[in-house]
Design a binder for this molecule. Structure first.
Ligand SMILES: NC(=O)c1ccc[n+]([C@@H]2O[C@H](COP(=O)([O-])OP(=O)(O)OC[C@H]3O[C@@H](n4cnc5c(N)ncnc54)[C@H](O)[C@@H]3O)[C@@H](O)[C@H]2O)c1
Length: 343
């Protein structure tokens, strides 16, 4: 298929571009580059050996989305474009509702105007709110604890209504757990601007000496070592989940399906630090900081529905997650050093 990836230059989008290209699809990236750089596309072309057109545009611009779909003959959209920082969403809720909710609505309208009704949406385990039981399956009640989570929940509800009104839609809602790691080439990965919100890029930057130490938020949770437990899933596995989901909805007859993408295994912050140190032979200085408001003690998936219905299970373990993150960080440092030398 010809597939338009909104947010395709971002962390997860770029990995999905590689996986879709490897599965024989043609990729078009659509991104406003608010949290990514155009040169990611050059590296995607190096990895895939295929031309990947980039349309620089905003999902809130209906004509731009319609134009990109029309020009490239896209038959499906995989929708990553969005803002994702929880703390920022509390401080700037209007920006989040505008970009994520209004943006998605506008993009869906552009799809309808273009006659495209196949959509894969990046949702998040954050829609489960405070877990009432573990592992979290797709039937677990949903709720939101911050504006970012509420945007994901609102979009999910909006898509369910849209699919309910028109059975011609084929929508996959994918609830990601904690994506980490990078493509083995080291050419693409997670490189947030400013201080990272997520654990793995924080660990990598401490290992590289770009940050002095890691803050571990809370060591008095009801978990085996007191630190928070999460379901870390390798981004390359996650990307393969998108290929499976796109194939399943395109071949199926249900207007909408919801699938968790996680491993089903929970690891604590201290587990992650120890694995990173062991796999990469580095030291991660850390200190215990107070709990962060809204963080839950443990969160991990039941990945059974994705296994049974999509034929997808995560293949890569903690060593691959930690090893590839460090490869990416070091490749990035070399690229930046070369860039500086060339200035
Ligand atoms: N990374 C995670 O831990 C995680 C977990 C669960 C869900 N998600 C969701 O997955 C999606 C992708 O996340 P990511 O980690 O790759 O983030 P990212 O910031 O690396 O990628 C998002 C991309 O979307 C682009 N973008 C943002 N707003 C846009 C707009 N209005 N128009 C066009 N492009 C726009 C950005 O420039 C960026 O390239 C997001 O929707 C995020 O909420 C991420």
């Amino acid at each position: 298929m010809k597939v338009l990836l909104t947010g395709g230059a971002g962390y997860i989008g770029s990995h999905v571009a590689v996986a879709l290209a490897a599965a024989g699809h043609d990729i078009i990236c659509f991104d406003n580059l608010s949290n990514s750089r155009a040169d990611v596309i050059d590296r995607l072309e190096t990895i895939t050996g295929k031309p990947i057109p980039l349309v620089v545009g905003d999902i809130r611009d209906r004509a731009a989305v319609r134009g990109a779909i029309g020009k490239h003959g896209a038959e499906a959209v995989v929708h990553f474009a969005g803002l994702k920082a929880v703390g920022e969403s509390v401080a700037e809720p209007i920006r989040y509702y505008d970009n994520n909710v209004r943006g998605t609505l506008s993009m869906v309208e552009a799809m309808i105007e273009s006659g495209v009704k196949t959509l894969v949406f990046s949702s998040s385990a954050t829609v489960y709110g405070q877990p009432k039981y573990l592992p979290l399956d797709e039937a677990h009640p949903t709720s939101a604890t911050n504006p970012y989570g509420r945007t994901k929940l609102m979009i999910e509800e909006m898509l369910a209504d849209i699919a309910g009104a028109d059975p011609g839609w084929r929508i996959a809602v994918l609830r990601y757990f904690n994506p980490v790691g990078a493509h083995d080439s080291g050419l693409i990965g997670e490189d947030p601007s400013g201080i990272p919100n997520n654990l793995m890029p924080f660990i990598s930057r401490v290992a590289a000496g770009r940050l002095p130490e890691l803050s571990v938020f809370g060591n008095d949770y009801d978990t085996p070592d007191g630190t928070g437990v999460r379901d870390y899933v390798h981004v390359v596995d996650l990307a393969e989940g998108h290929v499976a989901a796109l194939g399943a909805i395109a071949a199926g007859d249900a207007p909408l399906g919801i699938w968790n993408l996680g491993t089903g295994e929970g690891y604590s912050v201290l587990d992650m630090i120890a694995s990173f140190e062991r796999v990469n032979g580095v030291k991660i200085p850390y200190r215990i900081a107070p709990r962060r408001a809204g963080d839950v003690a443990s969160c991990y998936a039941s990945p059974d529905r994705a296994r049974d219905e999509l034929g997808w299970t995560a293949q890569r373990g903690l060593d691959a997650m930690c090893g590839s993150s460090w490869t990416f960080e070091r490749t990035l440092a070399m690229r930046n050093a070369k860039g500086k030398a060339g200035e």
